[in-house]
Design a protein around this ligand. Structure first.
Ligand code: SF4
Length: 438
């Protein structure tokens, strides 16, 4: 595929909440850079099924390699972090998040703000829906020679986790993970403090769900995919359970309420989308290397994503889960870990997409199949056909990658999406013709 249309350097238009989040991230990475001189312990962990609140009560700083690999991809050198990892022997087909992280590590391990990330005291693997996570941490352990703890999270093949599965995860937390955190941090487990954090998480989760559901309005005041990846940032990562996180979501909700009151569409990097022509649902992660160009292909045509499954990889809150839903905080953490989107069976994923198409009154849906993420991509064509059958709506299928720019083909994607929207416009009886939505 070609590598056309790099994101242009023109300043993107942003929500006030995006600036606020940028500041939170700058503070976070600044604290990480000073973690060692401040004698703070550092845990590396992944987004899906993370135990952020638990790490928080042990005062451990948190790094999420599946997040830090993304900005690294945007700012990578011409040779690229992926290529650097390939030169070390990592195959072209290996998950590009892994290669980006390994390549970044070999070139100074600088985070998104340009400051160096501290070495981990602990690699905490709390999610096994994707086997790659395990191999990724094995590679990091070899590099850092630090402790590795693994919470085994059962795959939810049925409708819901069984009681045995919940107890199994909670027991591991109680008997293996917490004692390990106590030993590394030198602090005692404080259940009351954990409950306090989980309560703040739930408050933020309420507001996040409200924001994502605001897309049921016409016009939608948000983009539930490109915009939502910013919205889910704090709650999916180091901030969940903290006061700044709770306050961020309260402010975000007020901001979106303002757009609803003014009947405004989503803010895109090129301005507010003034005419919503197509309402779409999307499955699969976005491409990060050409994020703005990718978004523009849709918003140029007045297409808004009203819901996405990707905004659920770090927690499926719209299905009702909240971190304070049970008196036993360890059971709540168990429910959270097992309920993340990529730990769900294919039938449940299809069911969720069907619900989104219907509840958000979508005109169509798009599958973005990313080359190097088998966890997301396996079964997607089968899912697409099943979804078409259940909804009577035709879907579109495109292919990109997460962080490898070699697999982003601008012209190819644009042609496919334009043809797809043309077809949707005909089905819709053509109140929607192609053209600018901004
Ligand atoms: S294969 Fe997919 S789910 Fe697994 S680590 Fe890579 S990006 Fe994450």
């Amino acid at each position: 595929m070609s590598n056309a249309q790099k994101d242009d350097p023109k300043e993107a238009q942003k929500d006030v909440s995006q600036d606020r989040q940028k500041q939170m991230l700058a503070d976070h990475f600044g604290q990480l850079a000073r973690a060692k001189e401040n004698n703070r312990k550092v845990a590396y962990t992944f987004v899906p099924g993370n135990l952020t609140e638990l790490l928080g009560i042990f005062d451990m700083r948190r790094v999420y390699p599946d997040i830090t690999a993304r900005p690294a991809a945007r700012g990578q050198t011409r040779a690229g972090y992926s290529r650097a990892a390939e030169r070390q022997g990592h195959n072209e087909d290996v998950c590009t998040y892994v290669k980006c992280d390994i390549g970044m590590m070999s070139q100074g391990n600088k985070g998104p703000t340009g400051e160096q990330l501290p070495a981990p005291d602990l690699l905490l693997l709390s999610y096994t829906g994707c086997f790659t996570f395990l191999k990724w941490f094995e590679l990091l352990q070899k590099e850092y020679n630090c402790e590795l703890a693994m919470l085994h999270v059962p795959y939810v093949a049925g409708e819901r986790p069984t009681e045995e599965m919940r107890q199994y995860v909670a027991k591991q937390l109680r008997e293996e993970i917490i004692p390990r955190l106590e030993r590394i941090s030198g602090k005692k487990y404080d259940e009351a403090a954990l409950k306090e954090r989980l309560k703040r998480s739930a408050q933020a989760e309420d507001d996040l769900v409200w924001v994502l559901e605001s897309a049921k309005h016409r016009p939608s005041p948000i983009d539930g995919y490109f915009g939502a990846v910013y919205y889910v940032g704090p709650i999916f990562t180091a901030f969940r359970g903290t006061e700044p996180c709770r306050d961020y979501y309260r402010a975000l909700r007020a901001e979106v309420q303002g757009r609803l009151d003014r009947h405004e569409g989503p803010v895109t990097p090129d301005g507010t989308l003034t005419k919503e022509k197509f309402r779409l649902v999307v499955e699969g992660p976005p491409n990060w290397t050409h994020f703005r160009d990718f978004w523009r292909i849709f918003h140029d045509e007045g297409a808004v994503f009203v819901a996405s499954t990707y905004a659920k990889v770090g927690g499926l809150y719209d299905e009702g889960f909240r971190h304070d839903q049970t008196d036993d905080p360890l059971l709540a953490l168990a429910d959270y870990c097992m309920g993340c989107y990529t730990n769900l069976s294919l039938p449940r994923r299809v069911g969720l997409l069907e619900k989104y198409v219907k509840d958000f009154q979508a005109d169509g849906f798009v599958f973005n199949s990313v080359k190097s993420c088998n966890s997301f991509s396996a079964g997607q064509l089968v899912m697409l056909r099943e979804l078409e059958k259940r909804t009577g709506v035709p879907g579109a299928f495109i292919e990109t990658d997460l962080v490898d720019p070699r697999y982003y083909g601008h012209a190819n994607i644009k042609n496919r999406i334009e043809s797809y929207l043309q077809m949707l416009a005909q089905r819709m009886g053509s109140t929607a013709s192609l053209g600018t939505g901004s």
